[in-house]
Design a protein around this ligand. Structure first.
Ligand code: NOJ
Length: 557
């Protein structure tokens, strides 16, 4: 695969609202981020992905944008943002911005105009339809519960909103909309940013006629009519031609529901679309038939199958992104590891996995500290709109509060959004005021100050993982081969490039287990590159007793 800087980078995701407050209003802000740049540099990450900082009424914490060229008051000013960009660049780091253009806020000037009259010049910027027999134009469910349509009295039509009612979908069929998007992208690129993370970018092209979805519930999943729609690749190629190809940037598309075959169309090296996409197959692994809120236990065999499929099917064709959590997902140590007795061991084991696969690793803020999920006693303490809408809908359908709270404890987005835990002072050093979302009560034990002072911490382990990728090209580009495919407790694989060969061994559970090296993997000697337990001198690999959540990365000779 062609070598590029973004394949060799490690990205760190910042959710600005929860990162660092600088003015005591309880909300993270850009000056707060600037005050933590040395911390990020110490970790060694190359690129920062900044979740939306644009003007927004915050119905969905900035994913509802009312002005693409302005900074949200609570976060600071454009001058603050420029200082952030300079601060990153002067430390040798890059910045990618969130591009949210499947929808805007209903308070965006385009929508304010659009809803005024049917002949308004902005009417066709959005998707307006007549109702059908006194009902919504079709039966699609919003991803945030209820119908995906909202009736607007002024013009007696409905508008489409795949997310909240305050997030009307843009009409990408309208060339003027596409021009507007390319212009705003160019505006930010000319300021010197290094790329974009593109919010639900595979939803921008909808099937003509917006056909009804199928399913049991009142409002139905219309995904197959708005995900990977008929013109998606045409739009992205146009965007690339008009904008992206003129800059040396990285792009990562958020693409729920995409298979490796489809992903190859988005990221194929010769297709002129995106650098990489986020796949969600591994994130759906514990969803029951009723969807994400009906949690079922995940199995390592499924996890290995999914991860391996993406590793092998994109190899030689396009690039992978690597992540196990973000601002929409529960904390990875609580979900795939053990956030009790083996928190440190399991967080390091999962980090080892992410940094030893082919692709670009994404670290979500606090992951490097092993931050965990949270359990607030009541729904009132939660802030997320998705969580609140779901609570209401499931209550109306008769589900018990206890049951719903259990779903929120394992899947709610606020698990990831509790403020960064910087030190053991009140509110974890995040704010001197009242935080917008309560800090996880475990901040006294789990915080950055403690991690920086402990040479054996998850933070320092991550620092070494990031360094290793810089030293061994095989970690970035090497070919991946799964070992022990049917083992239910161990995840093991090799990475090979030229005559460099690495063996990665991971015990995914708390029970000790014996690793037996397959005969196909011969070696004379090995060098241990990293691991979360010491390996006594002279340990042979033919039969290795793995301790709880043990991870070892070995270079074979
Ligand atoms: C995906 C984003 O990651 C999520 O936070 C947001 O709510 C939706 N897209 C809508 O923009």
């Amino acid at each position: 695969m062609k070598k590029t800087w973004w394949k060799e980078s490690v990205v760190y995701q910042i959710y600005p609202r929860s990162f660092q407050d600088s003015n005591g209003d309880g909300i993270g802000d850009i000056p707060g981020i600037i005050s933590r740049l040395d911390y990020l540099q110490k970790l060694g990450v190359d690129v920062i992905w900044l979740c939306p900082v644009y003007e927004s009424p915050n119905d969905d914490n900035g994913y509802d944008i009312s002005n693409y060229r302005g900074i949200m008051d609570e976060f600071g000013t454009i001058e603050d943002w420029e200082r952030l960009l300079d601060g990153l660049h002067s430390r040798g780091m890059k910045l990618i911005m969130d591009l949210v253009v499947n929808h805007t806020s209903d308070e965006h000037a385009w929508f304010v105009e659009s809803r005024k009259s049917k002949d308004n010049p902005y009417r066709d910027y959005y998707i307006w339809r007549d109702g059908k027999d006194g009902q919504e134009p079709n039966n699609w469910a919003s991803i945030f519960s209820g119908s995906a349509w909202k009736y607007d009295e002024t013009t007696e039509q409905y508008y489409l909103h795949l997310f909240s009612q305050k997030q009307p979908d843009l009409n990408w069929e309208n060339e003027k909309v596409r021009r507007e998007v390319y212009d705003l992208m160019t505006w930010w690129l000319d300021k010197g940013i290094d790329g974009f993370r593109m919010d639900v970018i595979n939803m921008i092209s909808k099937v003509e006629g917006l056909p009804d979805g199928e399913g049991e519930s009142k409002y139905k999943d219309g995904g197959k009519y708005f995900m990977n729609g008929p013109r998606i690749h045409e739009f992205l190629q146009e965007m690339n031609r008009e904008v992206l190809s003129k800059y040396d940037v990285m792009t990562v598309g958020e693409t729920p529901g995409v298979s490796p075959e489809e992903a190859a169309l988005y990221v194929g090296e010769d297709r002129g679309e995106l650098s990489m996409v986020f796949q969600f197959e591994s994130m759906d692994i514990d969803s029951g038939p009723g969807g994400k809120w009906y949690v079922t236990p995940w199995k390592l065999l499924d996890f290995k199958r999914i991860m391996s499929k993406w590793q092998t099917e994109l190899d030689g064709k396009g690039w992978n992104s690597l992540f196990l959590n973000n601002h929409d997902q529960p904390r990875m140590v609580s979900r795939f590891g053990n956030d009790g007795q083996y928190r440190k061991e399991s967080a390091k084991m999962l980090g080892t996995l992410l940094h030893t696969m082919q692709g670009t690793p994404f670290i979500y803020q606090g992951e490097e500290l092993g931050m965990t999920n949270v359990k607030f006693a009541t729904i009132e303490e939660y802030q997320d709109i998705e969580t609140h809408n779901m609570f209401k809908e499931h209550r109306e359908a008769g589900r018990s509060v206890e049951d719903i709270m259990a779903s929120i404890y394992s899947k709610g987005r606020d698990n990831a959004r509790t403020p960064m835990q910087w030190d053991a002072t009140e509110h974890g050093g995040f704010t001197t005021g009242t935080p917008w979302l309560v800090v996880n009560p475990n901040y006294k034990e789990i915080n950055a100050e403690e991690a920086l002072a402990d040479p054996d911490s998850i933070f320092h382990y991550y620092r070494r993982l990031i360094e290793l990728r810089k030293q061994h090209e095989v970690l970035v580009y090497g070919k991946y081969e799964l070992l022990l495919e049917d083992h239910e407790h161990i995840y093991a694989y090799t990475r090979t490039r030229g005559d460099e060969r690495l063996l990665v061994i991971l015990n995914f559970f708390a029970d000790p287990v014996t690793f037996e090296l397959p005969a196909s993997v011969g070696y004379r000697s090995y060098e241990r590159l990293i691991g979360n337990y010491e390996l006594p001198e002279g340990t042979r690999l033919e039969q290795l007793e793995l301790r709880p959540y043990e991870a070892q990365v070995l270079r074979l000779r």
